[in-house]
Design a protein around this ligand. Structure first.
Ligand code: SF4
Length: 353
C-alpha cells in the first residue's frame, strides 16, 4: 500500500477531490504530515474520523520508528537507527550547530557503491527509500529532540542520484511552503560521482528556475588510479568527467560545489595528491570567463574495521590543508560530531544486521 507521506501536495489534492472532499482538506492534511510532523492519521485532530478511515483504506500512514538512538556526551549529536514499515533498518544523524540543527539522512537502505572506507555498503543495497521515508527521517528527529531542523544533508547511506525520482519527489515535498517549507539552499545532496545524475540535476527546473540545492561530490582522490582503489564507481566515471558534470551544475545554478575528500593515511594525502587536486579543480572551475573554486571538505577517514584504512593524525590533516592553501585552494577539516557514538556512516546499522 502506498504511503500517504509519499504524496506531493497537488497529488493529495487530486486524491481528496476524487474522494469527493473539498480541496482545502488537502492543505490541512499536508500540513499535519509535513509541517506538524504527525506520525499517524489519528493525530490529525481537525479531520473527521470518517475521512481518516477512508484515507486509511487507500494509504498507509505508518511513520518510521526509532529503533535505537545514541546521543553523544560530547556535543549532543544523536545517531538514529530507524525501522521502516517493512522492518528495513536505516540510519540518520541529528547534529546541533550554534545557530541551527541539521539532519543527515539516508536515501537508500544500504548501498551498492562499495566505497572501501564506508560501512554503509558492507551488506550491499537492500532497497531504495521512498520520498516519504526520507522526509520522515527529519520529522522523527524533530519529534524526538523537540527541536526544529532547518538544514538537511543527504549524506547518509545510499547514493541519492541512483534513487533520483524519489529524491526529486522528496525535495518537492520538503520545500513545499504548505508543509516543512525548507529552503533549497539549506539542502545538500552528496554523490559519489554518478555523472548522468549530476547532469540531470543541472537540467532540473522548478517552473523556470534551476535547482538551488547544494551539490557535494565525494572525490576522495585526485588520480583516477587511486580513486579506483578507493571507490569502484571510478571504474565507470573518470575524475574529469565527474568534475565536468559538477561544473555544469555550477554553471546552471551558480551554487558553489563542495568536494568531499576523506584523508587516508599514506593513500591520498601526499604532496602529489595535493598538487594534482589543486590542478584539476583550477582547470575545471576557474576559467578566465567565470567560475568559483569548490570548497574542499577534508574528512579524516573513519576507521571502519573492514577497510583497514587509517586516518592521518591532526598534524597530517593540517599539513594537507596547508599544502592545498599553498596552491590557492581553501579547505576545511570537517568538525567531527558524535565521535563517541559510532559517528561514521553505516556503523550503527552494521552492528544491527
Ligand atoms: S560513501 Fe556513500 S556512495 Fe559510497 S558506499 Fe558509502 S553510502 Fe554508498
Amino acid at each position: 500500500m502506498k504511503s500517504i507521506y509519499d504524496l506531493t501536495a497537488s497529488e493529495l489534492k487530486e486524491e481528496l477531490v476524487r474522494m469527493g472532499e473539498k480541496e482545502y482538506r488537502a492543505g490541512q492534511i499536508f500540513s499535519w504530515l509535513h509541517a506538524k510532523g504527525v506520525s499517524h492519521l489519528d493525530g490529525m485532530t481537525d479531520i473527521s474520523r470518517d475521512l481518516k478511515g477512508r484515507l486509511a483504506e487507500r494509504f498507509s500512514d505508518r511513520g518510521i520508528s526509532v529503533s535505537k538512538c545514541q546521543e553523544s556526551a560530547l556535543d549532543g549529536t544523536r545517531k538514529y537507527l530507524f525501522e521502516l514499515e517493512d522492518a528495513t533498518l536505516i540510519e540518520g544523524v541529528f547534529m546541533q550547530y550554534r545557530d541551527w540543527n541539521t539532519s543527515c539522512i539516508s536515501s537508500q537502505a544500504g548501498c551498492a557503491m562499495g566505497c572501501r572506507f564506508c560501512a554503509s555498503t558492507v551488506g550491499g543495497l537492500k532497497r531504495d527509500m521512498t520520498a516519504g521515508e526520507m522526509a520522515q527521517e527529519i520529522y522523527a528527529m524533530e519529534r524526538d529532540t523537540g527541536s526544529r531542523v532547518s538544514h538537511v544533508v543527504v549524506m547518509g547511506s545510499g547514493e541519492p542520484l541512483l534513487n533520483y525520482d524519489n529524491l526529486m519527489r522528496f525535495l518537492d515535498i520538503i520545500t513545499d511552503s504548505r508543509g516543512k517549507g525548507l529552503s533549497q539552499r539549506n539542502i545538500t545532496v552528496s554523490t559519489c560521482g554518478i555523472v548522468p545524475g549530476i547532469e540531470a540535476l543541472a537540467r532540473e527546473k522548478r517552473g523556470r528556475e534551476h535547482l538551488q540545492i547544494n551539490l557535494a561530490i565525494s572525490l576522495h582522490a585526485a588520480f583516477d588510479e587511486k580513486r579506483k582503489k578507493i571507490m569502484p564507481i571510478a571504474e565507470r566515471y573518470g575524475i574529469s568527467e565527474v568534475l565536468d558534470a559538477a561544473r555544469k551544475y555550477y554553471d546552471a545554478t551558480h551554487r558553489r560545489i563542495t568536494i568531499e575528500y576523506a584523508l587516508i593515511d599514506g593513500v591520498n594525502d601526499t604532496d602529489e595528491d595535493a598538487a594534482e587536486l589543486a590542478r584539476i579543480l583550477k582547470k575545471t572551475f576557474f576559467t578566465s570567463s567565470s567560475g568559483s573554486l569548490p570548497l574542499i571538505n577534508l574528512i579524516p577517514v573513519n576507521p571502519v574495521t573492514e577497510s583497514g584504512f587509517k586516518r592521518p593524525d591532526r598534524a597530517g590533516c593540517l599539513a594537507f590543508k596547508n599544502k592545498l592553501e599553498n596552491f590557492g585552494i581553501n579547505g576545511s577539516i570537517r568538525r567531527e560530531l558524535g565521535s563517541d557514538i559510532d559517528g561514521a556512516c553505516g556503523q550503527l546499522r552494521l552492528k544491527s544486521l
